[in-house]
Design a protein. Structure first.
Lengths: 384, 278
């Protein structure tokens, strides 16, 4: 029975599962950083700053995928709007970076960002105040998406909206935000968004060492988020959430308030997405309403499906692989990527319902149970 | 008889073990010996009257069987008591003072009303052990489940229930891999873990072998007295073997109530329900 106590202790689970993941993650990031900073450019081991930024971007996507896996993989809440929380976190960081530009903008206004001068605005809108302070920006980065997720989740889960209807609502949420952020009057730079960032906390964003630092920061945050999610998911809370996913009524009838669990998980997930967005913006150097686009959120779901739901590391691997493929693919056939993505999603759903990680975990797929596609054809043969 | 003793021992242990108590629950006032009052209950779905002015009183410690044809309103009645369905009119009281209408499923469960569904409903993707752990009477709030750790006494308790429901060897198995009868038992085990005052058991022996049915009958009769059990069942042989009082529902209201032999000889009952069998 001692083994069972271990199995039900989240700290034990963390000791068991996290080290391999952390070793691989930090091994690669530290190696890549060292090769960028200390290897001469002509060496074949040199890693370019472009690659570092690209990898940093992938890590932010991995964190976003982790956020989606937490709600979708563990609680069956298929959110097609997580891009909204990602973008809101990104905008909070972008506003701070805009204020950091100060009088170095094209128009040289000490207070107003360039786009406001261009729009002939005389003073800073109220919601831009305080964003010259890093801590205010970070607080807003967590509070705004967290609050939005809380209100949205509370309304939706309390009315027991679930399944496809919930997915459509999340999609509508991100679409509505996209449309409003496109408007100049909103005060977030409209169509062009926020860009031309100069520095973060006084460090020049263009320098190699700051790029590497941001990359390492992304890896660190991803590692922390992974460990925290692992702790949460292997606690009794995690088992309740899985129970709600599989038999919500049963969970209610043994005394768990399903909606409270769903709301808190949804908020946690939104916060992870927001942090991912805030790390993403200084690395890519721009945030615009395109990040709210429904398509982005759907892509995240594909990453998670490819990697494998409900494992945490599956989502991370999926995000890294698909984004690497995207970078490669769009360089060769830029127009065909969406078709490839669609085909990937369809084939994963049919042949690998548990994702790539299912190949390692689930002998179930090949032993005993048939692939759903074959099963269906067999059934069709029987009836026809 | 070993099993019966086992159950009795388990039941006794429930009361002495120091378990983390959940939210403070109001005391259940049973000064009139009645644990559950259902009065004038009506529920209709799109004009169809599932329950029609139904009155039912369940005494504390009683084992009551509800029978009735399909559509007589048995499951709807359980849905109303457990907070899943809201009635059009009527009153449901737990003890003298606690009004169950307007409470959520989770609140009602925490008051001490446990339910076994008609179709065995367990957490299929989790182990037998985890199923029992989740059902265990404990604080069901978010923070406490985040920080919960299994204490040795809780482990013993789960082990004992595993023994009672005959799944000790399979505790590591995923619940979804159990046979239909085993799932039924697991669900009964989950009810035991919740330590409810009132157990609503919907078709407990569906899909069970004769031997398993017998063990279930033993278990349910041994539970009555300590706690109150309401059983809905179609298997008349099973009802005969456990019931002292039987309530016959027909078209959403009570048709007859009494001992099994009284009910069987009631002309109205023979006409609408048992008559079809004979």
């Amino acid at each position: 029975m001692n083994t069972i106590r271990n199995q039900f202790s989240s700290l034990h689970q963390l000791r068991e599962k996290a080290p391999v993941f952390l070793a691989v993650l930090f091994g690669i990031t530290i190696y890549a950083s060292a090769c960028n900073l200390w290897v001469p450019e002509e060496s074949i081991f040199y890693v370019s700053t472009y690659t570092i930024t690209l990898l940093g971007k992938y890590l932010c996507y991995a964190l976003l995928a982790l956020a989606v896996d937490v709600v979708w993989g563990y609680c069956g809440i298929l959110s097609l709007g997580h891009g909204a929380f990602f973008a809101l976190g990104g905008y909070a960081m972008g506003m701070y970076l805009m204020r950091q530009i100060g009088d170095r903008g094209v128009y040289g206004d000490p207070l107003l960002p360039d786009f406001m001068v261009f729009l002939n605005w005389q003073e800073l809108p109220w919601f831009w105040h305080g964003f010259d302070q890093f801590w205010v920006a970070m607080l807003a980065m967590l509070l705004v998406p967290g609050l939005l997720a809380f209100v949205f989740g509370w309304l939706a889960f309390r009315s027991r909206v679930a399944g496809v209807y919930l997915s459509i609502m999340t999609q509508a949420l991100t679409y509505a935000l996209m449309l409003s952020f496109f408007r100049n009057e909103m005060g977030f730079g409209g169509n062009n968004g926020l860009t031309d960032f100069k520095d973060l906390l006084g460090f020049n964003l263009q320098s190699d060492s700051v790029r590497v630092a941001l990359f390492l920061c992304s890896a660190l945050v991803l590692a922390l988020a992974y460990c925290l999610s692992l702790l949460i998911m292997s606690s009794r809370f995690g088992r309740v959430v899985i129970g709600i996913r599989d038999a919500e009524d049963r969970a209610r009838f043994i005394g768990f308030k399903a909606e409270s669990y769903k709301v808190s998980l949804f908020v946690y997930s939104a916060l992870l997405a927001a942090v991912a967005g805030a790390l993403y913006v200084p690395q890519v150097g721009i945030i615009n309403p395109g990040e709210f686009s429904p398509l982005n959120s759907i892509e995240v779901v594909v990453w998670v499906a490819v990697g494998g739901r409900g494992t945490l590391y599956g989502a991370i691997v999926g995000a890294l692989l698909v984004n690497y493929a995207k970078t490669r693919f769009t360089a060769v056939f830029p127009d065909a990527w969406l078709f490839a993505l669609g085909a990937l999603f369809v084939s994963v759903t049919i042949f690998l319902p548990q994702g790539l990680m299912g190949l390692f975990r689930g002998k179930r797929l090949f032993r005993g149970k048939r692939l759903p596609w074959f099963k269906r054809r067999k059934n069709a043969g029987e009836t026809g | 008889m070993t099993m019966l003793e086992n159950v009795k021992r388990t039941v006794q242990r429930y009361q002495t073990w120091p378990l983390s108590s959940g939210e403070k629950q109001p005391a259940i006032d049973i000064s009139h010996q009645v644990l559950l009052y259902v009065e004038g209950l009506s529920v209709s779905f799109d004009g169809f009257k599932a329950l029609n002015d139904l009155n039912l009183y369940i005494n504390d410690g009683e084992l009551r069987c509800l029978i009735g044809a399909n559509g007589a309103g048995k499951t709807t009645l359980m849905d109303v008591i457990t907070g899943k369905t809201h009635p059009d009119s009527g009153a449901v009281y737990f003890g003298q003072t606690i009004d169950l209408l307007g409470k959520t499923e989770a609140q009602i469960a925490q008051l001490g009303i446990g339910r076994k569904f008609q179709k065995p409903t367990v957490f299929e993707e989790q182990t037998v052990f985890a199923n029992l752990e989740l059902a265990m009477k404990a604080n069901k709030g978010i923070v406490s489940t985040l920080l919960a750790r299994l204490s040795p006494s809780e482990l013993d308790w789960i082990a004992e229930v595993l023994d009672t429901i005959g799944l000790k060897a399979d505790y590591k198995m995923l619940a979804g891999a159990l046979s239909h009868g085993q799932k039924q038992w697991l669900e009964i085990g989950m009810l035991l873990m919740a330590d409810p005052r009132l157990m609503l058991v919907d078709e407990p022996v569906a899909g069970m072998t004769a031997q398993e049915t017998e063990r279930t009958a033993e278990l349910l009769t041994s539970l009555a007295g300590e706690r109150t059990v309401v059983v809905v069942e179609h298997d008349m042989e099973f009802v005969r073997s456990i019931a002292k009082t039987v309530t016959v529902l027909h078209q959403g209201s009570v048709l007859a109530e009494g001992s099994m032999s009284d009910v069987q000889n009631d002309p109205a009952v023979i006409e609408v329900y048992l008559g079809e069998e004979q």
